[in-house]
Design a binder for this molecule. Sequence first.
Ligand SMILES: Cc1cc2nc3c(=O)[nH]c(=O)nc-3n(C[C@H](O)[C@H](O)[C@H](O)COP(=O)(O)OP(=O)(O)OC[C@H]3O[C@@H](n4cnc5c(N)ncnc54)[C@H](O)[C@@H]3O)c2cc1C
Length: 438
Amino acid sequence: MTSTTHAPIVIVGGGLSGLVAANHIVRRGLPVAVLEKASAVGGRAITREKHGFLFNLGPHALYRAGTLQQTLCDFGIAVRGGVPTGAGGYALYRGRRHTLPTGLASLMTTGLLDIAEKIELARVQTALPAIDAAAADRETLSSWLDAHVRHERVRDLLRTIVRVTTFTNDPERQSAGAALAQLQLGLKGVLYLDGGWQTIVEGLRRTALAAGARIVTTSPAVGLERHDAREVTAVRLADGTAVRACAVVIAAGPDDVDAISGQTGFASTLPSPVRIATLDVALRSLPRPKQTVAFGIDTPLYFSVHSALARLAPQAGALIHVSKYLRPDENAGREVEQELERLMDDMQPGWRDRVEARHYLPSLMVTHAEVTAASGGLGGRPAPRLAPFDNLFVAGDWVGPRGQLSDAAAASAADAARLATEAAGHAAQRSGAAIQIA
Ligand SMILES: Cc1cc2nc3c(=O)[nH]c(=O)nc-3n(C[C@H](O)[C@H](O)[C@H](O)COP(=O)(O)OP(=O)(O)OC[C@H]3O[C@@H](n4cnc5c(N)ncnc54)[C@H](O)[C@@H]3O)c2cc1C
């Protein structure tokens, strides 16, 4: 397939975007090296095992019609799990639990909405798949809801679903177009994964290695070496060594890109990160086995027993994520942990006596930059090519015009991989090295 005397394409970062990019590049027959600063790859998609319970970093759901799932299929990586429908779930409103309206029967019976609100919700839900989401890219979610939805409680409910699908709690800034696009994707279903998201990480790692990629952990990149203002020639590591590169993809956050490139200034120009506080709990058994889902309608809270649908816990055990969607400027401390514990008390009374393990993570970064109306929606995110360089690219959930969350990571990784492959071809032509792109 390939013969080359050229330096590899170097990918900085072994999270999902780095691993997806590596797979695309080796499939084109080019040498690739992934440098990961942590002792293992996976980034925010890792799953930690404790006493037989599998903890993702907060609640993770794979969008069945999203770019990441499609990418896994293309690479022959099979994942399995359960599809949450919300059926039997609760809507938390003014301190009370109501039936969560997820289908016709629950819409008819819920005490959350009066009859006029039910009719309006049914109308919006019917219209949703055909809405031109991109047309609302520059409109905020709040203004779109004000213009299109008459009843405040229906607006509340739609804000809730947007929070659950985008993790964003900022309707005054969030792009309505991006929110609607994610709702439309959500209608096609999500998967809670058997074995957790580590199965994706392991699948991507295995296929990359099998195709010839090199993956080096405990290797923090700290800078770049250049031939001139436009061409990067190597990635410098913290131990002072340099890894030669014909092209580089930085598959990490905007701060990392700034630090490594020394000049891009992304961190200060991008919208705020999207964060949640989450209490991840493993229980020996569930006090109330049927109470597995609750979404806050007037509070940005989430409760879901992920092990009810996916293999994440030993027999009879339960793995639960209880989370709060944080405002951009919100700091969550012990008081938010207590708020999440109270939700546990409400949904699973007596849970405290059955705890096998728990982790409170007060500020988890879900995506590096919110998709705002002011920045033009998804189309306003940074492009994968980093000017003024000819051979330096970025990938991650804050890059490129396609998808959100891990789907953006996978989509931008594909774009960066393609551009890096082209740049490698040009570099080879200039130097006369033999390189053949499959
Ligand atoms: C709580 C939570 C819930 C989420 N839920 C969902 C969900 O339901 N659905 C969904 O699709 N997505 C979800 N996501 C988002 C998804 O996890 C991320 O979009 C995805 O994992 C990002 O992958 P990445 O590779 O772009 O970034 P990361 O995972 O952050 O990977 C970046 C990697 O780069 C490494 N790195 C950084 N700097 C350097 C350096 N200088 N040198 C070497 N290596 C470096 C880091 O160690 C890290 O491994 C969630 C995220 C969180 C935190």
